[in-house]
Write a protein that binds this ligand. Structure first.
Ligand code: AMP
Length: 435
């Protein structure tokens, strides 16, 4: 798409100046398409690759449309996780501040104190951002006036329309007027999402694609996999972290129940890690994310649920300790790194059986994976096969052969604790509450 400016998209000068303060001057593809589209008041299904600026793509036109003379909720933004709601709310607050606009926003998420949220709503915020269940409860108590809502945004809409969330989302939408605008956005929009969303939308529904490219994964992200066994996966994870020394890495596991034990094991080995998972208290999850954002910890352990849509600048590595079970999850995990054109690298630890997933993700997203191994602390190209995973004698010396000097050095290094982001075990224990 040709380069344009935010002014050319007819955004108010205050918003353009506010963006400039954040160093944002050129709209991304999805912003160029979404900003004018939202202004038409049509219902929209939008798909754009991860990290492509989707949040501002809807926040900017919502800000431009807010009628400051009306007190009450004019726009509602629903997200599938609390963390994403917090992130969107922060962006909205920053935008209002930088633009010098008196647009009031409220963050409404479950697990937070409801009385305080009700207090906040007395301020009649024009934009409400949050999780579906709590927002529905507050609409039912008439603390949020649904009939004033002109636009509803479903951020990470495909997740919001999955079975576990669908009924609540529908209940919220049903409380609003029929002529409100509905906007659904995600990096992945499948047929079920489209069918379900369209049932609430008015024809003609605008379908927007962020970029012309066939893949939803940013091009500059490298995709690697390492062949290993189940038993060796954790050791391999430590090797990868010690070798790559990422400033920020997200380790994904499939079962949220395993987050705590994974964090504990990493901490036990002197790696500063924390986890985000559903059962943790709101404050613990917030602290874990804050620590990760500001670099106090270098490794965040997460599940697909917890990390959906998170925008954390500087995440260079995504490591799949468990390979995700479907292509959509691979896409969203990969999208946590390489944001806004930055470097990103996804390393999946797979058993010979799980290798088939790599082939299917290659096909589905048009990606190219490289097989790697960790050798002397470095990520190197590998042709290892299933046969090579069969247990070998512990050291060549056992067979009467001398250990190569290079290898000896490595063994000494491994004898010590990893020098990567060491923390006292005690610190990590304190952090156990994150997981
Ligand atoms: P998102 O895809 O909405 O999570 O945004 C990803 C990151 O891109 C965020 O940190 C935004 O602040 C940043 N961003 C959004 N739009 C632009 C833009 N037009 N130019 C530069 N950075 C942007």
């Amino acid at each position: 798409m040709n380069e344009t400016t935010f002014s050319a998209l007819s955004l108010p000068p205050a918003l353009v100046a506010g963006l400039e303060k954040q160093g944002i001057t050129t709209p991304t593809d999805i912003q160029q398409k979404m900003i004018p589209a939202i202004k038409t008041k049509q219902d929209i299904i939008g798909r754009s690759e991860t990290g492509s600026g989707k949040t501002l793509a809807y926040l900017l036109p919502l800000f431009a449309q807010v009628d400051l003379s009306i007190r009450g909720t004019q726009a509602l933004i629903l997200t599938p996780t609390h963390e994403l709601a917090v992130q969107v709310h922060k962006q909205a607050e920053l935008l209002a501040k930088n633009a010098g606009l008196d647009i009031r926003t409220a963050l409404i998420i479950g697990t937070a104190n409801m009385a305080r949220q009700i207090e906040r709503l007395k301020d009649k915020p024009q934009i409400v951002i949050g999780s579906t269940g709590r927002i529905l409860a507050l609409i039912q108590r008439r603390k949020i006036t649904a009939h004033l809502i002109k636009t509803i945004v479903l951020d990470e809409g495909d997740r919001l329309l999955e079975d576990g969330n669908y009924n609540d989302v529908q209940a919220v939408i049903k409380t609003t007027l029929r002529d409100r605008q509905l906007v659904l956005l995600s990096a992945s929009v499948d047929a079920q999402t489209k069918t379900r969303a369209k049932a609430w939308m008015k024809e003609p529904v605008l379908l927007i694609e962020g970029t012309a490219q066939s893949t939803a994964v940013p091009k500059q992200i490298a995709h690697h996999f390492i062949l290993t066994t189940h038993r060796e996966k954790f050791v391999m994870l430590r090797k990868v972290l010690a070798g790559e020394k990422p400033q920020k890495a997200i380790v994904f596991i499939n079962n949220p129940e395993n987050i705590e034990v994974t964090v504990d094991k990493l901490c036990h080995h002197g790696i500063a890690a924390a986890g985000i998972y559903g059962q943790a208290g709101k404050l613990d999850r917030k602290n874990a994310l804050e620590d990760f954002r500001n670099g106090r910890i270098h490794v965040l352990v997460a599940s697909d649920l917890g990390a959906r849509g998170l925008d954390i600048p500087g995440v260079t590595h995504v490591i799949n300790l468990d390979i995700p079970e479907d292509a959509i999850h691979y896409l969203h995990r990969a999208g946590r790194c390489g944001r806004q054109g930055a470097f990103g690298c996804v390393i999946s630890l797979v058993t010979p059986y799980e290798r088939r997933y790599i082939h299917s993700y290659e096909k589905q997203w048009g990606l190219q994976f490289t097989q790697k191994d960790m050798s002397y602390g470095k990520l190197t190209d590998s042709k290892k096969t299933k046969k090579d995973l069969v247990q070998k004698p512990k050291s060549a010396a056992k067979n009467g052969k001398p250990i190569p000097a290079q290898h000896k050095k490595k063994q000494q290094h491994n004898g010590k604790k990893e020098n990567f982001s060491q923390v006292k075990k005690k610190d990590c224990r304190n952090r156990k509450n994150h997981v």
